[in-house]
Every structure is written in structure tokens, then in C-alpha cells.
Design a protein around this ligand. Structure first.
Ligand code: HEM
Length: 134
């Protein structure tokens, strides 16, 4: 592993312990851009909640350099590529990241500027990879 994001994983654990973290993320995320709300118009949000929980932990492991999640992250990126089932234009990822950071600030009592910067670092490689695979 090139990096250790156990501080971010602990923070994620504290967020999930409080009910409603993922739901709050989707609220912020959908409010951030009309085209994002439209993308989820027909989505079963209870399934999507699990997809995001998986997405975040996969993204963190990817940043840690874990080869085990490489296939998973590629599959997720392909779903969101130009030719995928749910194409996501690269400029929208900024909202994804911002909404997670906002939700963490609200839900993790230990959140501070340093920890939020670590979260950003931990999610960036996955976001960059999605954009590369677009
Ligand atoms: C701007 C950013 C993003 C948007 C707007 C977005 C939107 C969506 C939408 C609309 C779906 C499909 C829901 C449905 O089936 O109706 C979806 C599925 C999914 N997304 Fe995203 N997504 C984004 C970023 C990400 C990221 C960064 C990850 C992972 C780190 C991710 C992981 C997934 C997964 C695992 C699924 C389920 C795929 C499946 O059903 O096979 N998404 N996303």
C-alpha cells in the first residue's frame, strides 16, 4: 500500500454510525446541479445508498494503492463513461466530491480542516480515474 487512509476510514465510520449520512449526501448532491437531480429521477434510492457506500470505500482503498479494488473501480468507472449505462460528464465530479465533504463536516464530530483535506486526497484518485476513463 502506498498510502494509509485509516484516519479517513475512521471518519467515514463515525459518519455512518449516525443515521442519515448517505441520505444527506444525496440531498446536497441533488441540490448542487439540476442535471444531477435529473439523472436520479428513476433511481431506486435504497439501492443507490448501498452503491454509494460501496463507492466511497472502494475509492478510499483505491487511493491506498490496493490492487484488489482495481477491477471494481474500473467497472464503476465504465458504468459512468461516455459509452456506459450512466454516462457522467467529467465536470460533474466536482459536485460529487464537494457534497461528500459537506456531509462529512456535518456528520463527523471530529471533522476539521486537516481531516477534510485528507478526505479530498483520499477521493481524488478515484475521481481522476473516472474522468480518465470517460
Ligand atoms: C457526478 C458524479 C456521479 C453521478 C452524477 C452519479 C450518478 C449515478 C447514477 C444516476 C447511477 C444509476 C442509478 C440507477 O441505476 O438508476 C449511478 C450508479 C452508480 N454509481 Fe454513480 N454517480 C457519480 C459518481 C460516482 C462515483 C465517483 C462512484 C464511485 C466511487 C460511483 C459509483 C456508482 C455505483 C457503484 C453505481 C451502481 C452501478 C450499478 O448499478 O451497476 N458513482 N451513479
Amino acid at each position: 500500500m502506498d498510502q494509509n487512509y485509516s484516519d479517513v476510514l475512521s471518519s467515514y465510520g463515525r459518519c455512518l454510525l449516525k443515521r442519515g449520512f448517505i441520505e444527506r449526501f444525496y440531498e446536497l448532491f441533488m441540490a448542487s446541479d439540476d442535471s444531477i437531480r435529473a439523472l436520479f429521477a428513476r433511481t431506486d434510492m435504497s439501492k443507490q445508498t448501498l452503491a454509494l457506500r460501496r463507492g466511497i470505500s472502494t475509492a478510499i482503498s483505491f487511493a491506498e494503492g490496493s490492487g484488489i479494488v482495481r477491477g471494481t473501480i474500473d467497472e464503476m468507472a465504465l458504468v459512468h463513461s461516455r459509452k456506459g449505462r450512466v454516462p457522467i460528464q467529467p465536470h460533474l465530479y466536482r459536485h460529487w466530491l464537494e457534497s461528500i465533504l459537506k456531509a462529512v463536516r456535518e456528520y463527523d464530530p471530529a471533522a476539521n480542516a486537516k481531516l477534510i483535506a485528507r478526505w479530498q486526497q483520499a477521493l481524488k484518485p478515484a475521481v481522476d480515474h473516472f474522468i480518465d476513463m470517460y
